[in-house]
Write a protein that binds this ligand. Sequence first.
Ligand code: MRU
Length: 330
Amino acid sequence: MKMIDQTALPTRLAFVTYTRPEQIAEAIRNMVIRGAPAIGVAAAMGVALAAFRSKSKDRSELLKELERSASMIRSTRPTAVNLFWGIDRVLKVARSAKSAADVKEVVAKEVKKMEEDDIETNKRLGQIGSNLIENGDAVLTQCNAGALATVGYGTALGVVRAAVKQKKLVKVIVPETRPALQGARLTAYELETDGIDCTVIADTAVGHVLSIGRVDKVIVGADRITRDGYLFNKIGTYQMAVLADRHRVPFYTAAPFSSFDLSQTHEQVTIEERKFDEVVYVRGKRIVPRGVPIFNPAFDMTPPELVTAMVSDKGLIERPFEENIAKVIS
Ligand code: MRU
């Protein structure tokens, strides 16, 4: 499996190739690959690599090997539901196969399809979301919900891309997104590469840009949307939603069906806490005194009352979310 090493951007566009499921698990954990839809497809490919490498000629033996790889990959990051969706989808087809050889074949076909579907899904979602964008809009986003966070095209940035394709002028305001700086490093890189107007701001400037009328719409991605309409996304999203509400700026999330968790409510979701060193060091330099405790949640939860509408590849989802998510995402 070949992927961009997202930790090297924007300094270097480097590719890495992995041949073992353990490497995929490590790449997800270390955010070499990141972003909910990208993680979902990578996780599925990790299981497919386990099938491809296995020497087992026995179907149930092979399935057990796949389950072991699946549970290793499941343990990498808990919040993005796409990771679990991707693994479950590939395991389901594996279980439906009649022999070990069939398992290998169907699994390989399935992950290829998932890869292709992801781009199609994002394009559809982008098209639907682009109706919300008016010519000249300034869009505030968070983190990176672009091509890098997916197989291609992006979710929140997919909406921007579709609007730009329709010749609408769109300016994107990109908070740096501490501590891993996905906004500054990745979103700015993508937009700059595509020639889309963007400005990077410090995370601490979000309230100010909203208060001085510099933002027309907020559009963020989603790592998980629960069936009761709660949005889990990159840390900083919740404060952005509160501030958007305060300044009467519409707040949208854009997410493919694989980011919707129809089986759980918000109380059941685990918010990932990452290592302290992401906060303590900036480019290898320590910025916090030794011995000071660090709390580093990677995601936060935005309640449904702060979300104006949800853009999905199956249509725009309006309030009441609980009822309409069930109707639209099935
Ligand atoms: O920790 P990350 O970089 O994997 O988090 C990514 C995000 O929070 C994105 O906003 C999210 O995956 C959006 S979906 C493209």
